[in-house]
Design a protein around this ligand. Structure first.
Ligand SMILES: [Zn+2]
Length: 225
């Protein structure tokens, strides 16, 4: 489940003393576009919350929502919290990403599909195609005849891997909005707090999770052979 920030809730309806989200704009789990959902609430409420459904304005597919009563969560706010069932595969998260070339997305999708259908040699073939696709994307003319390893070695010359950290350093410069938030000179609202934690998550992933995943998988593969 993914929480929907209050800034994405377009309108509310009244339910007893509670304000219940009525219309929301959020990323649709089915088509990944920013869809508009009018929530049909099932008023068979329990102590915790309400179940709800809404149809995406973009793809017309149904998604499920949960409205949690915040007083149950120890919060006295009269607004309810809204969550959407979103069990997207990482693939669907990147599919609408225009930065990634279509053929690379197709190769990645095929790699996942063949792995799920336990076609192991096809998985190897498609995995190689994904790696080649990444190289081709960043190096428009990879040196022909160069081994995959040599081409990957060249990648840092074509991609600025320091960019996320350089951007972060610009974001926290004295006088910047983020700097004022961190120094408690600007008040942080709920939506901004969520963005901030999202930023930390991305940073952790970039600095720690990916490097440690590389190490672990490298070791596991070495142990197998
Ligand atoms: Zn949709």
């Amino acid at each position: 489940m993914r929480r929907i920030i209050s800034g994405s809730i377009v309108s509310y309806s009244q339910y007893g003393h509670l304000k219940i989200p009525k219309e929301v704009k959020t990323k649709c789990p089915m088509c990944t576009k920013n869809g508009r959902f009018t929530l049909k609430v099932n008023y068979q409420a329990n102590r915790v919350g309400l179940f709800s459904e809404g149809i995406c304005s973009e793809c017309k597919e149904l998604s499920s929502f949960v409205i949690m009563f915040t007083d149950y969560l120890g919060n006295t706010s009269e607004q309810a919290e809204l969550y959407i069932y979103d069990q997207r595969h990482p693939l669907q998260q990147i599919e609408n990403d225009t930065v990634i070339p279509d053929d690379l997305i197709r190769a990645y999708r095929s790699a996942i599909n063949v792995q799920q259908s336990k076609d192991n040699s096809a998985t190897a073939v498609m995995s190689k195609r994904v790696l080649e696709g990444v190289i081709k994307h960043f190096q428009s003319e990879p040196k022909q005849g160069n081994h995959l390893a040599e081409q990957l070695e060249q990648l840092p010359k074509h991609v600025d891997f320091t960019k996320p950290i350089v951007t972060l350093s610009q974001m926290v410069k004295p006088g910047s909005h983020l700097n004022k938030i961190l120094e408690l000179e600007h008040e942080l609202d709920e939506d901004m707090a969520e963005l901030l934690v999202d930023l930390l998550g991305g940073l952790m992933e970039y600095l720690y999770i990916l490097p440690s995943k590389m190490e672990t998988i490298h070791q596991q593969m070495n142990q197998r052979f």
